[in-house]
Design a protein around this ligand. Structure first.
Ligand code: FAD
Ligand code: DLZ
Ligand code: SF4
Length: 511
C-alpha cells in the first residue's frame, strides 16, 4: 500500500501536518516540468529560485526520513507534465492512493483534477495550511458581491485578533494609517541593502538551458539573490523587522533611482512559495511594535498588505475565475511597447522600473502600480499582454495574486471589482513620490510640446485616458477633481493636450 503525495513548487511549507513524522507507506513526489516552465515566459531568476528551493526542500524532507521521488528538469525519464509524471511514478511505486494539496492557481487545480481522474486511484485534497482564510471561508465571504478590501481587512483583524485593544477596537483608535504613509524619500535614513545573499546556481542554470526552457531577464546564475530555504527566509524576515520596518510606513509609496527595495521587505517570494507563513510575518511585525521598536503606522501599514491585500486578492481570484481572466472592461487592445522587455525608453521612471525588473525580478508595489501599470493603463494596452508580462517577470508572480493585482487593481479590466477608481496618475504624482523626473529627458510640467525638453508622455496620456473613459468615470465621486480640472481647462490647451496624446500613442515604441 503506497500513498503518492504531490508537492508543487509553491508548496514548500515545512510546517504542514503531512510532514510531522515520516511514513514508510507515503512517497512524496516533486517535479520540475516544462509545462510549468513554459505556460508563460518566466524570468530566469524565477525558474532558478523555484527549482533550487524545491531541491532544497526535497533534500530536507529526505534528511528528515521522508521518502521522496524528485524529477529534475533534465532527467531522461521526466515526461515534463504533472499528469504524465504522476502516471509514471504511480506505476513505479504501485500507488494505491493519491493525495495532494489545493493548488493556488485555477489552471493548476484543473490540471491536477484531470491527473487524478486519469490515475483512477482514491484521491484526497488537503489544505496547503498556509493562508489565514481557507478556500471554503473565502467562498462564503466572496459571493456575487465582492466586499471592499477595507471591510474585509477589518474583519480579518477582528477574526485573528490582530492589533486590537481589549474592547475589540483597533489599537491607536483607527483601522488605517494610510494618510501618514505617503512621504517622498530624501535619501536619509539610508535604505537597507538588497535583503538576500547570493547563491551560485550555475550548474542548475546549465540544466535549465540544456532542457530548452526559454526565459526573460538576467539569470545572474552565479549569484542568485533569493531565499531558498526557510532558514534564510526567517533570517531575512528578522533583518527586515530590524532595519526596514521602522520606515516602511512613511516611505511605502516612495520611489527612487538610488534603491531597488527602499524599505520594502522583499518577502513575497518566500511567502508565495510558502517558506514563510503569513501569520509568523504578521506576528513578527506586531511584536516589534509591542516592544516599541516601530511606530504603529508602519506596523499597521505592513500588516494590512499581508492580512488584508494578500488574502483579499485571493478571495477575488477564486470567486471570479475563470471569467476574471477574460475581463477587459476598458476595451484596451494596444500591444505593450517593446521596451517593456528591454528597459530602453527615454522615460526615466519606466527605464528604471523595467530595467530593475529585468535585472532583479523584483519591483516594489508602487513601481508596479504607478509606473509600469499606470503607463499600460493610460496607453490602453491589452490586459492579456499586461497580465502575461507581470506573470512572467517577478519571482513572486503566481496567478492567484498577480492577476487580481494586474487586471483588477492596476488595469481596471475587471470593471471595478477590486478598485473603486482607476490607479491613473500623471507626472505630478510620479514627481511627488520619486526622484525620477529630475534627470528625465521629458519635462514633467508640460502637457504638450516637442521643442526643448519634450512634454512628459504621462501628462497628455492621462488626460486622454480620462476623456476616453468619461462615460464610465466622470460621475465617480473619487474622480470629480480631475474631471473638474479638465472642464476648466482652456479649449486650446485641451486640444493641444489631446493632439499630443495622439502623437505619443502613434509612436509608443519610440518614447
Ligand atoms: P512589501 O511592500 O514588503 O509588502 C509585504 C507583503 O505584503 C508582500 O511580500 C506581499 O506578500 C504582500 N502584499 C503587498 N501588497 C500586496 C498586494 N497588492 N497584493 C497581495 N499581496 C500584497 N504580489 C505578489 O506577491 N505576486 C505578484 O505577482 C504580484 N503582482 C502584482 C502586479 C501588479 C500590477 C501590482 C500593482 C502588484 C502586484 N503584487 C504582486 C503586489 C505587490 O506589488 C507585491 O506583493 C510586492 O511588491 C512584493 O514586494 P515586497 O515583498 O517587498 O512587499
Ligand atoms: C512557477 C513554476 C515553475 C516555473 N515550475 C514549476 C515546476 O517545474 N514544478 C512545479 O511543481 N511548480 C512549478 N512552478 C510553480 C507552479 O506553477 C505552481 O505550483 C502553480 O503556480 C500553482 O500555484
Ligand atoms: Fe516619468 Fe514623465 Fe517624470 Fe520622465 S518626466 S520620469 S516620463 S513621469
Amino acid at each position: 500500500m503506497t500513498t503518492l503525495r504531490l508537492i508543487l513548487g509553491d508548496q514548500l511549507n515545512a510546517a504542514h501536518s503531512w510532514f510531522r513524522s515520516p511514513r514508510p507507506d507515503v512517497l512524496y513526489v516533486m517535479m520540475e516540468v516544462r509545462s510549468e516552465a513554459d505556460y508563460v515566459r518566466h524570468h530566469a531568476q524565477k525558474v532558478l529560485a523555484i527549482f533550487a528551493a524545491m531541491r532544497a526542500f526535497a533534500a530536507a524532507l529526505q534528511a528528515a526520513g521522508h521518502r521522496v521521488r524528485y524529477l529534475k528538469i533534465g532527467d531522461t525519464d521526466n515526461r515534463q507534465s504533472f499528469a504524465a509524471n504522476l502516471a509514471l511514478v504511480a506505476a513505479e511505486c504501485g500507488a494505491t492512493r493519491f493525495e495532494r494539496m489545493e493548488a493556488d492557481e485555477w489552471r493548476v487545480e484543473g490540471l491536477l483534477e484531470e491527473s487524478a481522474q486519469a490515475l483512477a486511484l482514491p484521491h484526497e485534497v488537503f489544505s496547503s495550511e498556509h493562508f489565514l482564510a481557507e478556500r471554503a471561508e473565502l467562498a462564503r465571504r466572496f459571493t456575487a458581491k465582492v466586499p471592499r478590501m477595507e471591510f474585509f481587512y477589518r474583519d480579518m483583524r477582528r477574526r485573528h485578533r490582530i492589533l486590537l485593544d481589549a474592547e475589540d477596537s483597533p489599537v491607536g483608535g483607527v483601522w488605517n494609517f494610510d494618510a501618514q504613509n505617503r512621504e517622498k524619500w530624501p535619501g536619509d535614513p539610508p535604505a537597507p541593502e538588497w535583503p538576500w545573499a547570493g547563491h551560485d546556481l550555475t550548474a542548475l542554470w546549465g540544466e535549465i538551458t540544456a532542457a530548452g526552457v526559454e526565459t526573460i531577464g538576467a539569470p545572474h546564475a552565479g549569484r542568485v539573490r533569493w531565499p531558498l530555504t526557510r532558514r534564510e527566509a526567517r533570517a531575512g524576515l528578522a533583518r527586515f523587522i530590524e532595519h526596514a520596518l521602522p520606515w516602511f510606513g512613511p516611505y511605502q509609496d516612495a520611489m527612487s533611482t538610488r534603491s531597488t527595495t527602499l524599505f520594502h521587505s522583499g518577502l513575497s517570494f518566500a511567502l508565495n512559495v510558502k517558506l514563510l507563513h503569513p501569520r509568523e510575518v504578521i506576528d513578527a511585525a506586531v511584536a516589534a511594535w509591542q516592544l516599541g521598536k516601530v511606530e504603529l503606522a508602519s506596523c499597521e501599514g505592513f500588516v494590512r498588505q499581508i492580512l488584508g491585500w494578500r488574502e483579499f486578492v485571493r478571495g477575488v481570484y477564486w470567486a471570479r475565475m475563470p471569467s476574471y481572466a477574460q475581463g477587459n472592461a476598458l476595451d484596451a487592445h494596444r500591444p505593450l511597447p517593446a521596451w517593456y522587455w528591454t528597459g530602453e525608453t527615454k522615460m526615466n521612471c519606466l527605464h528604471h522600473a523595467v530595467s530593475q525588473s529585468l535585472d532583479s525580478a523584483y519591483a516594489h508595489h508602487i513601481q508596479r502600480l504607478m509606473i509600469t501599470g499606470n503607463f499600460a493603463l493610460l496607453a490602453g494596452c491589452d490586459p492579456d499582454e499586461v497580465d502575461a508580462w507581470y506573470l512572467g517577470i517577478y519571482t513572486d508572480a503566481f496567478e492567484w495574486v498577480e492577476m487580481p493585482n494586474t487586471r483588477g487593481m492596476s488595469q481596471f479590466a475587471d470593471g471595478g471589482v477590486i478598485a473603486s477608481k482607476p490607479y491613473a496618475g500623471a507626472a505630478s504624482y510620479i514627481g511627488k513620490q520619486s526622484d525620477y523626473c529630475k534627470t528625465c529627458t521629458y519635462d514633467p510640467k508640460r502637457r504638450h510640446g516637442a521643442s526643448g525638453r519634450p512634454a512628459c508622455p504621462f501628462n497628455s496620456l492621462y488626460w486622454d485616458f480620462l476623456r476616453r473613459h468619461e462615460a464610465r468615470f466622470a460621475r465617480n465621486p473619487r474622480m470629480a477633481m480631475p474631471y473638474k480640472a479638465w472642464a476648466k481647462m482652456d479649449e486650446g490647451e485641451r486640444a493641444a493636450t489631446l493632439a499630443q496624446a495622439m502623437d505619443y500613442l502613434g509612436k509608443l515604441d519610440a518614447l
